[in-house]
Design a binder for this molecule. Structure first.
Ligand code: HEC
Length: 153
């Protein structure tokens, strides 16, 4: 699936970020798999109790973000997302979403990347991002996004 068309400037920024990421990744794959060999990378279930069930049909935007459909659950979403992030993402994307440079820094995602974010987390990529289809439902995935936004400066 392709990303939505972006304005020219931010598209150039995204492309250069992506290229830098690929170059770093080529260098880092060995290190990453060594690190993963030691850590516990079993995908963690995330308890989404207290949050509305978002169902299966993919949403195009984070529903917990201010102004969106479930913004009244923002605080619970951050709390659930913090646990989900720590158990599933931090090992590669860094504590509090601060990337050490080997993986994309998720704090750089913009609102119009929402669809891209969901697609990446569900399907993964062939270049090192695992698929979370089997252990994270859409409610957990958007809660994690809400947490990432909460730690974005
Ligand atoms: C095993 C390491 C690993 C884990 C665990 C992991 N990721 Fe990733 N992730 C990556 C790598 C490597 C990439 C870059 C992949 C690529 O460019 O094809 C990536 C890319 C992404 C992207 C695309 C970002 C961009 O700017 O291109 C998103 C979104 C993402 N990950 C979210 C998550 C979330 C949310 C979690 C936890 C649920 C997670 N990842 C867990 C390694 C990981």
């Amino acid at each position: 699936m392709n990303r939505m068309p972006l304005p020219a400037l931010s598209s150039a920024v995204h492309v250069s970020r992506r290229l830098a990421g690929v170059a770093l990744l080529a260098l880092s794959l060995g290190a990453a798999s060594a690190a993963l060999g030691h850590g516990d990378v079993t995908p963690q279930e995330v308890d989404t109790k207290g949050l509305p069930d978002l169902g299966e049909a993919p949403l195009m935007e984070n529903p917990f973000r201010s102004g969106n459909q479930h913004a009244d659950h923002y605080d619970e979403a951050v709390a659930v997302g913090e646990r989900g992030y720590a158990g599933n993402c931090a090992v590669c994307h860094g504590i509090q979403a601060m990337s050490g440079g080997l993986t994309p820094d998720l704090r750089n995602l913009e609102e119009w990347d929402d669809e891209f974010y969901l697609q990446r987390v569900v399907n993964g990529t062939e270049r090192g991002m695992p698929s979370f289809k089997s252990n994270l439902d859409q409610t957990a995935i958007w809660a994690i996004k809400t947490y990432i936004e909460s730690v974005t400066p």
